[in-house]
Design a protein around this ligand. Structure first.
Ligand SMILES: [Zn+2]
Length: 291
């Protein structure tokens, strides 16, 4: 090996060590558990200062509209070309702590980039899997809330899931999980999808103030509907797909038909001329098609 090759090898090795040292290892999992991590943040003066500032701004604010497609929420990619983004939520909790390994294996085998919205409690249940997903450049890790509570500043609920009760809880739901993901992966999330995708307009603004864009979806795959057969998920996606669409699916329910459906959908979309990207690869647009 020539000396210049040797130097290059050393520099690459050094950068690898440097980058890996910023990331967490499996041994750190207890430190990052929601309860312990939030306890640490509650003793972190910079976190508390920011929280106080934001809560003061929103303590008397009106929540605005409540829904999946409200002001301040982005729904598709800003493009007329045949690019689409698959997004997969990992919700966590008693009934949502599964992991669809077959789905992830398929995406890897087909080299399909995807955006993964992960909640803090799913990370707690799958710490080493989460680390592996975050280290795969095919995937972009984004924020699905610390405790998977729909984001509300006045206690709205959806599908029987209680939302955050006030601005302080909304702040923790968004910012604590953003910091948790950043602490583990060395990358701060750019996007936030509220649990259930329902959110109020105040929360969307609050996220924006934290440098985070609230994201909904344009194509509902329907994989979460009870006993949704493969054919229904396939039809929901293929009939509604259009350039720039953000498609919502899940990676935390291996018993659902998500993986089986995507194995049918992908070849069809390729024949239709679609290419697959992550959210961070494009600018996003709201329902009116505006940036
Ligand atoms: Zn969810």
């Amino acid at each position: 090996m020539s000396s210049s090759h040797c130097n290059t090898a050393f520099i690459i090795l050094f950068l690898l060590i440097l980058s890996s040292s910023k990331q967490a290892s499996s041994q750190d999992s207890i430190d990052f558990e929601n309860k312990n991590f939030l306890n640490r943040l509650n003793n972190d003066s910079s976190y508390l200062k920011l929280k106080k500032k934001v809560v003061n701004e929103y303590v008397h604010a009106k929540p605005g509209r409540w829904g999946e497609f409200v002001n301040g929420v982005y729904e598709d990619l800003y493009t007329r070309q045949k690019f689409i983004a698959f997004t997969f939520d990992a919700c966590g909790g008693e009934k949502g702590n599964g992991f669809d390994q077959e789905l992830i294996n398929f995406l890897k085998m087909e080299k399909v980039p995807a955006t993964l919205f992960i909640s803090g409690r799913w990370i707690d249940a799958h710490f080493s899997t989460f680390l592996n997903l975050s280290r795969d450049t095919l995937f972009e890790i984004e924020n699905h809330g610390l405790n998977h509570r729909p984001c509300s500043i006045d206690g709205e609920s959806e599908y029987g899931i209680h939302g955050t009760s006030n601005a302080a809880e909304a702040f923790d739901e968004i910012e604590a999980n953003a910091r948790k993901i950043e602490a583990i992966t060395a990358l701060r999330p750019h996007f936030y999808r509220s649990a259930t995708a329902f959110i109020d307009e105040a929360c969307a603004r609050l996220a924006h103030e934290l440098g985070i864009t609230a994201v909904s979806f344009q194509v509902l795959s329907g994989d979460a509907l009870p006993n949704a057969p493969v054919s229904v998920i396939e039809e929901n996606v293929l009939k509604n797909i259009r350039p720039g669409a953000i498609v919502i699916m899940h990676l935390n329910h291996p018993e659902w038909n998500t993986s089986e459906a995507i194995q049918k959908i992908l070849p069809e979309l390729r024949i239709m001329g679609y290419h697959f990207v992550r959210l961070k690869d494009f600018k996003l647009a709201n329902r009116k098609g505006q940036l």
